[in-house]
Write a protein that binds this ligand. Structure first.
Ligand code: ADP
Ligand code: ZN
Length: 535
Protein backbone atom coordinates (compact mmCIF):
# COMPACT_ATOMS: atom_id res chain seq x y z
CA UNK A 1 0.00 0.00 0.00
CA UNK A 2 1.42 3.36 -0.94
CA UNK A 3 1.74 6.26 1.45
CA UNK A 4 -1.22 8.58 1.85
CA UNK A 5 -0.12 11.98 0.57
CA UNK A 6 -0.20 14.51 3.36
CA UNK A 7 -1.39 18.07 3.39
CA UNK A 8 1.58 19.92 1.81
CA UNK A 9 1.40 17.62 -1.21
CA UNK A 10 -2.29 18.37 -1.68
CA UNK A 11 -1.79 22.10 -1.25
CA UNK A 12 1.02 21.89 -3.73
CA UNK A 13 -1.28 20.33 -6.31
CA UNK A 14 -3.85 23.08 -5.70
CA UNK A 15 -1.23 25.74 -6.30
CA UNK A 16 0.89 24.17 -9.03
CA UNK A 17 -1.79 22.51 -11.11
CA UNK A 18 -4.79 24.77 -10.55
CA UNK A 19 -3.07 28.05 -9.66
CA UNK A 20 -5.14 28.77 -6.53
CA UNK A 21 -3.56 30.03 -3.33
CA UNK A 22 -5.66 28.29 -0.69
CA UNK A 23 -8.41 25.75 -0.17
CA UNK A 24 -11.92 27.03 0.21
CA UNK A 25 -14.28 25.99 2.99
CA UNK A 26 -14.48 22.25 3.48
CA UNK A 27 -12.36 21.40 0.42
CA UNK A 28 -9.26 20.64 2.42
CA UNK A 29 -10.93 18.23 4.82
CA UNK A 30 -12.75 16.48 1.99
CA UNK A 31 -9.67 16.15 -0.20
CA UNK A 32 -7.63 14.79 2.67
CA UNK A 33 -10.31 12.26 3.59
CA UNK A 34 -10.82 10.99 0.04
CA UNK A 35 -7.13 10.92 -0.80
CA UNK A 36 -6.75 8.68 2.25
CA UNK A 37 -9.32 6.21 0.79
CA UNK A 38 -12.36 7.41 2.76
CA UNK A 39 -15.83 7.44 1.23
CA UNK A 40 -17.50 10.84 1.18
CA UNK A 41 -20.82 12.48 0.46
CA UNK A 42 -20.29 16.15 -0.33
CA UNK A 43 -23.15 18.64 -0.18
CA UNK A 44 -21.99 21.97 -1.43
CA UNK A 45 -23.87 24.78 -3.15
CA UNK A 46 -23.31 25.44 -6.83
CA UNK A 47 -20.12 27.39 -7.34
CA UNK A 48 -18.73 26.15 -4.04
CA UNK A 49 -15.87 24.27 -5.67
CA UNK A 50 -16.94 20.64 -5.79
CA UNK A 51 -14.77 19.62 -8.75
CA UNK A 52 -11.49 20.05 -6.92
CA UNK A 53 -12.80 17.74 -4.20
CA UNK A 54 -12.27 14.76 -6.51
CA UNK A 55 -9.76 16.18 -8.98
CA UNK A 56 -7.04 16.74 -6.42
CA UNK A 57 -7.44 13.29 -4.80
CA UNK A 58 -7.41 11.82 -8.32
CA UNK A 59 -4.10 13.50 -9.10
CA UNK A 60 -2.54 12.68 -5.73
CA UNK A 61 -3.59 9.03 -5.91
CA UNK A 62 -2.45 8.67 -9.50
CA UNK A 63 0.95 10.04 -8.55
CA UNK A 64 1.04 7.48 -5.75
CA UNK A 65 0.55 4.71 -8.33
CA UNK A 66 -3.10 4.00 -7.63
CA UNK A 67 -4.29 4.45 -11.18
CA UNK A 68 -7.41 5.84 -12.75
CA UNK A 69 -10.25 7.84 -11.19
CA UNK A 70 -13.61 7.29 -12.87
CA UNK A 71 -15.85 10.35 -12.75
CA UNK A 72 -19.53 9.68 -13.42
CA UNK A 73 -21.32 12.73 -14.74
CA UNK A 74 -24.60 13.14 -16.60
CA UNK A 75 -23.64 16.47 -18.16
CA UNK A 76 -21.83 16.02 -21.45
CA UNK A 77 -21.02 19.72 -21.88
CA UNK A 78 -19.49 19.81 -18.42
CA UNK A 79 -17.36 16.73 -19.15
CA UNK A 80 -15.95 18.40 -22.25
CA UNK A 81 -15.15 21.60 -20.38
CA UNK A 82 -13.50 19.85 -17.48
CA UNK A 83 -11.43 17.49 -19.59
CA UNK A 84 -10.30 20.43 -21.72
CA UNK A 85 -9.29 22.43 -18.67
CA UNK A 86 -7.48 19.47 -17.07
CA UNK A 87 -5.50 18.67 -20.21
CA UNK A 88 -4.61 22.35 -20.42
CA UNK A 89 -3.27 22.15 -16.88
CA UNK A 90 -1.20 19.11 -17.81
CA UNK A 91 -3.43 16.50 -16.21
CA UNK A 92 -4.11 13.50 -18.46
CA UNK A 93 -7.92 13.21 -18.61
CA UNK A 94 -10.48 11.98 -21.11
CA UNK A 95 -14.16 11.18 -21.47
CA UNK A 96 -16.21 8.37 -22.85
CA UNK A 97 -19.65 9.25 -24.12
CA UNK A 98 -21.87 8.97 -27.15
CA UNK A 99 -20.22 11.91 -28.91
CA UNK A 100 -17.01 9.94 -29.59
CA UNK A 101 -16.35 7.89 -32.73
CA UNK A 102 -15.40 4.22 -32.22
CA UNK A 103 -11.86 5.12 -33.10
CA UNK A 104 -11.67 7.88 -30.49
CA UNK A 105 -13.29 5.68 -27.87
CA UNK A 106 -10.74 2.87 -28.40
CA UNK A 107 -7.92 5.38 -28.05
CA UNK A 108 -9.32 6.53 -24.70
CA UNK A 109 -9.77 2.93 -23.56
CA UNK A 110 -6.16 2.09 -24.39
CA UNK A 111 -4.94 5.01 -22.29
CA UNK A 112 -7.17 3.93 -19.46
CA UNK A 113 -6.08 0.27 -19.58
CA UNK A 114 -2.45 1.27 -19.34
CA UNK A 115 -3.33 3.18 -16.18
CA UNK A 116 -1.98 6.32 -17.71
CA UNK A 117 -5.17 8.31 -17.49
CA UNK A 118 -5.57 10.28 -14.29
CA UNK A 119 -9.29 10.84 -14.76
CA UNK A 120 -11.86 9.23 -16.97
CA UNK A 121 -15.22 11.00 -17.24
CA UNK A 122 -18.08 8.68 -18.15
CA UNK A 123 -21.82 9.02 -18.59
CA UNK A 124 -23.78 6.90 -16.08
CA UNK A 125 -25.12 4.45 -18.67
CA UNK A 126 -21.54 3.42 -19.43
CA UNK A 127 -21.29 1.82 -16.00
CA UNK A 128 -23.70 -0.97 -16.95
CA UNK A 129 -21.98 -1.63 -20.26
CA UNK A 130 -20.48 -5.18 -19.94
CA UNK A 131 -17.45 -4.32 -22.02
CA UNK A 132 -16.68 -1.29 -19.85
CA UNK A 133 -17.19 -3.31 -16.67
CA UNK A 134 -14.74 -5.94 -17.91
CA UNK A 135 -12.19 -3.20 -18.37
CA UNK A 136 -12.79 -1.89 -14.86
CA UNK A 137 -12.45 -5.48 -13.55
CA UNK A 138 -9.06 -5.75 -15.18
CA UNK A 139 -7.91 -2.41 -13.75
CA UNK A 140 -9.19 -3.43 -10.33
CA UNK A 141 -7.30 -6.73 -10.38
CA UNK A 142 -4.12 -4.88 -11.22
CA UNK A 143 -4.68 -2.28 -8.46
CA UNK A 144 -5.15 0.50 -10.98
CA UNK A 145 -8.70 1.52 -10.18
CA UNK A 146 -8.16 4.43 -7.85
CA UNK A 147 -11.40 6.24 -7.06
CA UNK A 148 -15.01 6.72 -8.14
CA UNK A 149 -16.43 10.23 -8.19
CA UNK A 150 -20.19 10.45 -8.67
CA UNK A 151 -21.17 13.95 -9.66
CA UNK A 152 -24.75 15.26 -9.49
CA UNK A 153 -25.48 12.45 -7.06
CA UNK A 154 -29.05 13.68 -6.47
CA UNK A 155 -29.89 12.17 -9.88
CA UNK A 156 -30.21 8.86 -8.03
CA UNK A 157 -33.17 10.17 -6.05
CA UNK A 158 -36.70 10.07 -7.31
CA UNK A 159 -37.50 13.01 -5.07
CA UNK A 160 -35.36 15.23 -7.21
CA UNK A 161 -36.33 16.92 -10.42
CA UNK A 162 -33.60 15.26 -12.43
CA UNK A 163 -33.90 11.63 -11.53
CA UNK A 164 -31.99 9.32 -13.88
CA UNK A 165 -32.69 5.65 -13.74
CA UNK A 166 -29.11 4.81 -14.88
CA UNK A 167 -27.91 6.22 -11.57
CA UNK A 168 -29.59 3.36 -9.73
CA UNK A 169 -27.06 0.97 -11.24
CA UNK A 170 -24.20 2.83 -9.56
CA UNK A 171 -24.73 0.84 -6.37
CA UNK A 172 -22.92 -1.98 -8.16
CA UNK A 173 -19.66 -0.03 -7.92
CA UNK A 174 -19.54 -0.72 -4.23
CA UNK A 175 -20.54 -4.37 -4.58
CA UNK A 176 -18.10 -5.09 -7.37
CA UNK A 177 -15.13 -2.96 -6.27
CA UNK A 178 -15.38 -2.82 -2.48
CA UNK A 179 -11.79 -1.63 -2.09
CA UNK A 180 -12.22 1.46 -4.23
CA UNK A 181 -13.23 4.63 -2.35
CA UNK A 182 -16.14 6.68 -3.61
CA UNK A 183 -17.02 10.35 -3.40
CA UNK A 184 -20.54 11.48 -4.29
CA UNK A 185 -21.26 15.17 -4.82
CA UNK A 186 -24.38 17.27 -5.11
CA UNK A 187 -25.75 20.76 -4.58
CA UNK A 188 -29.17 19.40 -3.63
CA UNK A 189 -29.22 18.77 0.04
CA UNK A 190 -32.71 18.47 1.45
CA UNK A 191 -32.99 15.61 3.87
CA UNK A 192 -35.12 13.29 1.78
CA UNK A 193 -32.71 13.48 -1.13
CA UNK A 194 -29.72 13.06 1.12
CA UNK A 195 -31.15 9.92 2.73
CA UNK A 196 -31.97 8.58 -0.71
CA UNK A 197 -28.43 9.13 -1.99
CA UNK A 198 -26.92 7.37 1.00
CA UNK A 199 -29.23 4.40 0.68
CA UNK A 200 -29.20 3.94 -3.07
CA UNK A 201 -25.50 4.49 -3.58
CA UNK A 202 -24.68 2.36 -0.54
CA UNK A 203 -22.84 5.20 1.17
CA UNK A 204 -23.80 4.26 4.73
CA UNK A 205 -20.14 4.34 5.76
CA UNK A 206 -19.33 7.59 4.02
CA UNK A 207 -18.41 10.72 5.88
CA UNK A 208 -20.91 13.46 5.07
CA UNK A 209 -19.56 16.94 4.43
CA UNK A 210 -22.19 19.68 4.44
CA UNK A 211 -21.10 23.14 3.44
CA UNK A 212 -23.10 26.17 4.39
CA UNK A 213 -25.58 27.22 1.76
CA UNK A 214 -25.66 30.74 3.12
CA UNK A 215 -24.98 33.56 0.69
CA UNK A 216 -24.79 36.42 3.20
CA UNK A 217 -24.33 39.13 0.59
CA UNK A 218 -27.66 38.33 -1.07
CA UNK A 219 -30.64 40.20 0.31
CA UNK A 220 -33.91 38.30 -0.10
CA UNK A 221 -37.13 40.14 -0.81
CA UNK A 222 -40.49 38.64 -1.73
CA UNK A 223 -43.36 41.01 -2.48
CA UNK A 224 -47.02 40.40 -3.15
CA UNK A 225 -47.89 40.80 -6.80
CA UNK A 226 -49.88 43.90 -7.41
CA UNK A 227 -48.90 45.22 -10.80
CA UNK A 228 -45.82 43.05 -11.23
CA UNK A 229 -44.27 44.85 -14.19
CA UNK A 230 -44.54 48.24 -12.49
CA UNK A 231 -43.23 46.71 -9.29
CA UNK A 232 -40.26 45.32 -11.20
CA UNK A 233 -39.59 48.61 -12.93
CA UNK A 234 -39.71 50.48 -9.65
CA UNK A 235 -37.34 47.94 -8.12
CA UNK A 236 -34.85 48.33 -10.97
CA UNK A 237 -35.12 52.12 -11.15
CA UNK A 238 -34.96 52.80 -7.46
CA UNK A 239 -32.32 50.31 -6.47
CA UNK A 240 -30.51 48.94 -9.49
CA UNK A 241 -30.17 51.69 -12.02
CA UNK A 242 -27.29 50.71 -14.33
CA UNK A 243 -26.80 47.32 -12.67
CA UNK A 244 -26.54 43.98 -14.44
CA UNK A 245 -29.39 41.67 -13.51
CA UNK A 246 -31.49 38.71 -14.54
CA UNK A 247 -35.30 38.67 -14.62
CA UNK A 248 -36.78 35.17 -14.72
CA UNK A 249 -40.18 34.55 -16.30
CA UNK A 250 -41.90 31.23 -16.84
CA UNK A 251 -42.88 31.45 -20.50
CA UNK A 252 -41.11 32.54 -23.66
CA UNK A 253 -43.97 34.86 -24.47
CA UNK A 254 -43.72 36.61 -21.14
CA UNK A 255 -39.94 36.91 -21.57
CA UNK A 256 -40.44 38.72 -24.89
CA UNK A 257 -43.20 40.97 -23.58
CA UNK A 258 -41.34 41.90 -20.43
CA UNK A 259 -38.10 42.64 -22.28
CA UNK A 260 -39.93 44.81 -24.84
CA UNK A 261 -41.69 46.67 -22.13
CA UNK A 262 -38.52 47.32 -20.09
CA UNK A 263 -36.82 48.60 -23.24
CA UNK A 264 -39.73 50.96 -23.87
CA UNK A 265 -39.17 52.23 -20.35
CA UNK A 266 -35.54 52.95 -21.07
CA UNK A 267 -33.93 49.87 -19.47
CA UNK A 268 -31.23 48.01 -21.41
CA UNK A 269 -33.06 44.68 -21.44
CA UNK A 270 -32.54 41.66 -23.71
CA UNK A 271 -34.66 38.51 -24.05
CA UNK A 272 -33.24 35.00 -23.72
CA UNK A 273 -35.08 31.71 -24.15
CA UNK A 274 -34.68 28.41 -25.94
CA UNK A 275 -37.03 29.47 -28.74
CA UNK A 276 -34.70 32.20 -29.96
CA UNK A 277 -32.30 31.60 -32.80
CA UNK A 278 -29.02 30.15 -31.45
CA UNK A 279 -26.91 32.98 -32.87
CA UNK A 280 -29.18 35.62 -31.33
CA UNK A 281 -29.07 33.82 -28.01
CA UNK A 282 -25.31 33.76 -28.16
CA UNK A 283 -25.22 37.44 -29.03
CA UNK A 284 -27.40 38.38 -26.08
CA UNK A 285 -25.38 36.22 -23.74
CA UNK A 286 -22.13 37.82 -24.94
CA UNK A 287 -23.52 41.30 -24.41
CA UNK A 288 -24.69 40.37 -20.93
CA UNK A 289 -21.23 39.09 -20.04
CA UNK A 290 -19.32 41.94 -21.66
CA UNK A 291 -21.37 45.04 -20.95
CA UNK A 292 -21.99 46.51 -17.53
CA UNK A 293 -25.67 47.09 -17.14
CA UNK A 294 -27.68 44.63 -19.20
CA UNK A 295 -30.86 43.22 -17.73
CA UNK A 296 -31.38 39.74 -19.14
CA UNK A 297 -35.03 38.73 -19.21
CA UNK A 298 -34.99 34.97 -19.46
CA UNK A 299 -36.56 31.60 -18.92
CA UNK A 300 -34.61 29.12 -16.82
CA UNK A 301 -32.84 28.14 -20.05
CA UNK A 302 -30.51 30.97 -19.09
CA UNK A 303 -27.95 30.61 -16.36
CA UNK A 304 -26.42 27.14 -16.50
CA UNK A 305 -22.67 27.57 -16.66
CA UNK A 306 -22.82 31.35 -16.93
CA UNK A 307 -20.26 32.81 -14.63
CA UNK A 308 -20.70 36.57 -14.38
CA UNK A 309 -19.48 37.68 -10.97
CA UNK A 310 -21.11 41.12 -10.82
CA UNK A 311 -24.79 40.28 -11.35
CA UNK A 312 -26.38 42.70 -8.85
CA UNK A 313 -29.89 41.30 -8.83
CA UNK A 314 -31.98 38.33 -9.81
CA UNK A 315 -35.71 39.00 -10.05
CA UNK A 316 -38.53 36.48 -10.40
CA UNK A 317 -41.80 37.50 -12.01
CA UNK A 318 -43.06 33.94 -11.65
CA UNK A 319 -42.70 31.45 -8.88
CA UNK A 320 -39.97 28.82 -9.40
CA UNK A 321 -41.08 25.25 -8.85
CA UNK A 322 -39.26 24.62 -5.59
CA UNK A 323 -36.66 25.95 -3.16
CA UNK A 324 -33.78 24.26 -4.96
CA UNK A 325 -34.62 26.16 -8.15
CA UNK A 326 -35.16 29.40 -6.26
CA UNK A 327 -31.82 28.99 -4.51
CA UNK A 328 -29.95 28.09 -7.68
CA UNK A 329 -31.47 30.92 -9.71
CA UNK A 330 -31.06 33.60 -7.04
CA UNK A 331 -27.55 32.25 -6.41
CA UNK A 332 -26.43 33.73 -9.72
CA UNK A 333 -26.48 37.15 -8.04
CA UNK A 334 -23.45 38.50 -6.21
CA UNK A 335 -20.86 35.85 -7.03
CA UNK A 336 -18.23 38.53 -6.40
CA UNK A 337 -19.28 38.72 -2.75
CA UNK A 338 -20.56 42.31 -3.05
CA UNK A 339 -24.09 43.22 -1.98
CA UNK A 340 -26.72 41.80 -4.30
CA UNK A 341 -30.45 41.24 -4.25
CA UNK A 342 -32.90 38.43 -4.89
CA UNK A 343 -36.34 39.88 -5.54
CA UNK A 344 -39.55 38.03 -6.30
CA UNK A 345 -43.14 39.08 -6.90
CA UNK A 346 -45.64 36.36 -6.21
CA UNK A 347 -49.40 36.02 -6.09
CA UNK A 348 -52.37 33.70 -5.99
CA UNK A 349 -52.17 32.81 -9.68
CA UNK A 350 -48.59 31.54 -9.18
CA UNK A 351 -49.71 29.09 -6.54
CA UNK A 352 -52.56 27.85 -8.66
CA UNK A 353 -50.36 27.56 -11.75
CA UNK A 354 -47.61 25.59 -10.09
CA UNK A 355 -50.11 23.25 -8.49
CA UNK A 356 -51.80 22.70 -11.82
CA UNK A 357 -48.51 21.96 -13.57
CA UNK A 358 -47.83 19.22 -11.06
CA UNK A 359 -51.38 17.84 -11.26
CA UNK A 360 -51.35 17.72 -15.04
CA UNK A 361 -47.87 16.28 -15.48
CA UNK A 362 -47.76 12.68 -16.69
CA UNK A 363 -45.61 11.60 -13.71
CA UNK A 364 -46.66 8.96 -11.21
CA UNK A 365 -48.63 9.77 -8.07
CA UNK A 366 -45.69 9.16 -5.75
CA UNK A 367 -43.51 11.59 -7.69
CA UNK A 368 -46.24 14.21 -7.74
CA UNK A 369 -46.57 13.91 -4.00
CA UNK A 370 -42.88 14.73 -3.65
CA UNK A 371 -43.22 17.68 -6.00
CA UNK A 372 -46.19 19.03 -4.07
CA UNK A 373 -44.24 18.80 -0.84
CA UNK A 374 -41.42 20.78 -2.40
CA UNK A 375 -43.77 23.41 -3.73
CA UNK A 376 -45.36 23.75 -0.30
CA UNK A 377 -41.96 24.45 1.22
CA UNK A 378 -41.40 27.24 -1.28
CA UNK A 379 -44.85 28.68 -0.62
CA UNK A 380 -44.15 28.65 3.09
CA UNK A 381 -41.01 30.66 2.36
CA UNK A 382 -42.96 33.12 0.26
CA UNK A 383 -45.67 33.55 2.90
CA UNK A 384 -43.26 33.68 5.83
CA UNK A 385 -43.43 36.65 8.15
CA UNK A 386 -40.11 35.83 9.80
CA UNK A 387 -36.52 35.72 8.48
CA UNK A 388 -36.37 34.38 4.90
CA UNK A 389 -32.78 33.25 5.25
CA UNK A 390 -33.53 31.22 8.37
CA UNK A 391 -36.28 29.44 6.40
CA UNK A 392 -34.12 28.93 3.34
CA UNK A 393 -31.20 27.50 5.28
CA UNK A 394 -33.49 25.36 7.43
CA UNK A 395 -34.70 23.73 4.22
CA UNK A 396 -31.12 22.72 3.47
CA UNK A 397 -30.81 21.39 7.00
CA UNK A 398 -28.92 24.34 8.44
CA UNK A 399 -29.86 26.12 11.64
CA UNK A 400 -29.32 29.89 11.79
CA UNK A 401 -30.61 33.05 13.43
CA UNK A 402 -32.33 36.12 11.97
CA UNK A 403 -30.09 37.56 9.30
CA UNK A 404 -30.79 41.28 9.28
CA UNK A 405 -30.51 41.23 5.48
CA UNK A 406 -33.90 40.16 4.17
CA UNK A 407 -37.16 42.07 3.78
CA UNK A 408 -38.74 40.53 6.86
CA UNK A 409 -35.74 41.31 9.06
CA UNK A 410 -35.39 44.84 7.72
CA UNK A 411 -39.11 45.68 7.76
CA UNK A 412 -40.83 43.21 10.09
CA UNK A 413 -44.32 42.82 8.65
CA UNK A 414 -47.31 43.42 10.87
CA UNK A 415 -49.40 40.29 11.18
CA UNK A 416 -53.08 39.78 11.79
CA UNK A 417 -54.98 36.78 13.04
CA UNK A 418 -56.78 35.44 10.02
CA UNK A 419 -58.17 32.33 11.71
CA UNK A 420 -61.75 33.60 11.82
CA UNK A 421 -61.65 34.87 8.24
CA UNK A 422 -60.24 31.57 7.05
CA UNK A 423 -63.18 29.79 8.67
CA UNK A 424 -65.62 32.10 6.92
CA UNK A 425 -63.94 31.46 3.61
CA UNK A 426 -63.92 27.70 4.02
CA UNK A 427 -67.55 27.58 5.10
CA UNK A 428 -68.48 29.62 2.05
CA UNK A 429 -66.91 26.98 -0.20
CA UNK A 430 -68.74 24.37 1.82
CA UNK A 431 -72.07 26.21 1.32
CA UNK A 432 -71.52 26.34 -2.43
CA UNK A 433 -71.07 22.64 -2.39
CA UNK A 434 -74.17 21.99 -0.30
CA UNK A 435 -76.14 24.31 -2.50
CA UNK A 436 -76.20 22.16 -5.63
CA UNK A 437 -72.64 20.82 -5.71
CA UNK A 438 -71.43 23.65 -7.94
CA UNK A 439 -67.82 24.76 -7.69
CA UNK A 440 -66.61 28.30 -8.17
CA UNK A 441 -63.35 30.17 -8.54
CA UNK A 442 -61.69 32.80 -6.36
CA UNK A 443 -63.42 35.83 -7.88
CA UNK A 444 -66.95 34.65 -7.22
CA UNK A 445 -66.09 33.34 -3.78
CA UNK A 446 -64.75 36.72 -2.72
CA UNK A 447 -67.77 38.53 -4.23
CA UNK A 448 -70.08 36.38 -2.13
CA UNK A 449 -68.03 36.88 1.03
CA UNK A 450 -67.99 40.61 0.52
CA UNK A 451 -71.67 40.75 -0.42
CA UNK A 452 -71.17 42.14 -3.88
CA UNK A 453 -74.16 41.75 -6.18
CA UNK A 454 -73.12 40.45 -9.60
CA UNK A 455 -74.96 38.64 -12.40
CA UNK A 456 -73.47 35.40 -11.26
CA UNK A 457 -74.56 35.96 -7.66
CA UNK A 458 -78.10 36.61 -8.84
CA UNK A 459 -78.04 33.68 -11.26
CA UNK A 460 -77.13 31.21 -8.53
CA UNK A 461 -79.17 32.89 -5.82
CA UNK A 462 -76.12 33.18 -3.62
CA UNK A 463 -77.57 36.12 -1.69
CA UNK A 464 -79.49 33.53 0.27
CA UNK A 465 -76.35 31.71 1.50
CA UNK A 466 -75.57 32.06 5.19
CA UNK A 467 -72.08 33.22 4.23
CA UNK A 468 -73.36 36.04 2.02
CA UNK A 469 -71.63 39.26 2.99
CA UNK A 470 -70.01 37.87 6.15
CA UNK A 471 -66.65 39.22 4.97
CA UNK A 472 -67.64 42.74 3.99
CA UNK A 473 -65.19 44.07 6.58
CA UNK A 474 -62.11 42.97 4.60
CA UNK A 475 -60.94 44.35 1.26
CA UNK A 476 -60.57 42.01 -1.69
CA UNK A 477 -56.75 41.97 -1.53
CA UNK A 478 -56.89 40.69 2.00
CA UNK A 479 -59.32 37.94 1.06
CA UNK A 480 -56.97 36.91 -1.72
CA UNK A 481 -54.15 36.67 0.81
CA UNK A 482 -56.27 34.44 3.05
CA UNK A 483 -57.19 32.21 0.12
CA UNK A 484 -53.59 32.07 -1.12
CA UNK A 485 -52.46 30.96 2.29
CA UNK A 486 -55.19 28.32 2.51
CA UNK A 487 -54.20 26.98 -0.92
CA UNK A 488 -50.51 27.09 0.01
CA UNK A 489 -51.24 25.12 3.14
CA UNK A 490 -53.26 22.60 1.15
CA UNK A 491 -56.59 23.26 2.91
CA UNK A 492 -58.19 24.41 -0.32
CA UNK A 493 -57.74 22.56 -3.60
CA UNK A 494 -57.97 24.11 -7.04
CA UNK A 495 -59.34 22.09 -9.91
CA UNK A 496 -59.81 22.15 -13.63
CA UNK A 497 -59.52 24.75 -16.30
CA UNK A 498 -61.47 27.35 -14.32
CA UNK A 499 -59.47 26.74 -11.14
CA UNK A 500 -62.56 26.08 -9.11
CA UNK A 501 -62.14 25.66 -5.38
CA UNK A 502 -62.80 22.63 -3.22
CA UNK A 503 -62.14 21.75 0.40
CA UNK A 504 -59.38 19.34 1.31
CA UNK A 505 -59.86 16.96 4.23
CA UNK A 506 -57.47 19.05 6.28
CA UNK A 507 -59.85 22.04 6.05
CA UNK A 508 -61.90 20.40 8.78
CA UNK A 509 -59.32 21.29 11.44
CA UNK A 510 -59.32 24.94 10.36
CA UNK A 511 -63.14 25.03 10.33
CA UNK A 512 -63.13 23.66 13.85
CA UNK A 513 -60.77 26.44 14.89
CA UNK A 514 -57.92 24.05 15.69
CA UNK A 515 -55.43 25.81 13.42
CA UNK A 516 -54.31 29.39 13.90
CA UNK A 517 -53.50 31.38 10.82
CA UNK A 518 -51.23 34.44 11.05
CA UNK A 519 -50.94 36.51 7.90
CA UNK A 520 -48.94 39.53 7.00
CA UNK A 521 -50.90 42.76 6.85
CA UNK A 522 -50.85 43.81 3.22
CA UNK A 523 -49.02 47.06 2.81
CA UNK A 524 -47.91 49.29 0.06
CA UNK A 525 -44.28 48.24 -0.37
CA UNK A 526 -42.10 50.45 1.80
CA UNK A 527 -39.62 52.54 -0.09
CA UNK A 528 -36.26 51.06 0.62
CA UNK A 529 -32.88 52.66 0.56
CA UNK A 530 -30.02 51.76 -1.72
CA UNK A 531 -28.16 48.60 -0.86
CA UNK A 532 -25.41 49.10 1.60
CA UNK A 533 -22.37 46.89 1.45
CA UNK A 534 -22.33 43.82 3.55
CA UNK A 535 -19.14 43.07 5.40
P1 ADP B 1 -19.33 23.51 -8.26
O1 ADP B 1 -19.06 22.26 -9.05
O2 ADP B 1 -19.42 23.26 -6.80
O3 ADP B 1 -20.49 24.31 -8.78
P2 ADP B 1 -16.82 24.33 -9.31
O4 ADP B 1 -16.03 23.15 -8.96
O5 ADP B 1 -17.24 24.50 -10.73
O6 ADP B 1 -18.09 24.46 -8.38
O7 ADP B 1 -16.04 25.63 -8.83
C1 ADP B 1 -16.60 26.92 -8.96
C2 ADP B 1 -15.52 27.93 -9.24
O8 ADP B 1 -14.71 28.13 -8.10
C3 ADP B 1 -14.59 27.47 -10.35
O9 ADP B 1 -14.31 28.58 -11.19
C4 ADP B 1 -13.36 27.00 -9.60
O10 ADP B 1 -12.20 27.08 -10.39
C5 ADP B 1 -13.32 27.96 -8.42
N1 ADP B 1 -12.61 27.41 -7.25
C6 ADP B 1 -12.83 26.22 -6.68
N2 ADP B 1 -12.00 26.04 -5.61
C7 ADP B 1 -11.28 27.16 -5.50
C8 ADP B 1 -10.26 27.61 -4.58
N3 ADP B 1 -9.83 26.84 -3.56
N4 ADP B 1 -9.74 28.83 -4.78
C9 ADP B 1 -10.16 29.61 -5.79
N5 ADP B 1 -11.12 29.26 -6.69
C10 ADP B 1 -11.66 28.04 -6.55
ZN1 ZN C 1 -33.56 37.77 7.60
Amino acid sequence: MSQIPHHPVLLNILQEVFGYAAFRGAQEAIIQHVTGSGDALVLMPTGGGKSLCYQIPAIARHRAGQGVTVVVSPLIALMHDQVGALEEAGVHAAFLNSTLSNEQASQVEREMMRGRLVMLYAAPERITNPRFLAQLDSLYERGLLSLFAIDEAHCVSQWGHDFRSEYLALSLLHERYPEVPRIALTATADELTRADIIERLRLEEARVFISSFDRPNIRYTIVEKDKPREQLLRFIREEHEMDAGVVYCQSRKKVEETADWLVSEGIKALPYHAGLDASLRQKHQDRFLREDSIVMVATIAFGMGIDKPDVRFVAHLDLPKNIESYYQETGRAGRDGEAAEAWMAYGLADVVNQRRMIDESPAGEEFKKGQRGKLDALLALAEATDCRRVRLLAYFGEASTSCGNCDNCLHPPATWDATESARKLLSCIYRFHQNGGQRFGAGHLIDVLRGKVTDKVTQYGHQSLSTWGVGADLPETQWRAVLRQLISLGHVLTEGEYMTLALADSARAVLKGEVQLLLRVPTVAPKRGKLSRVA
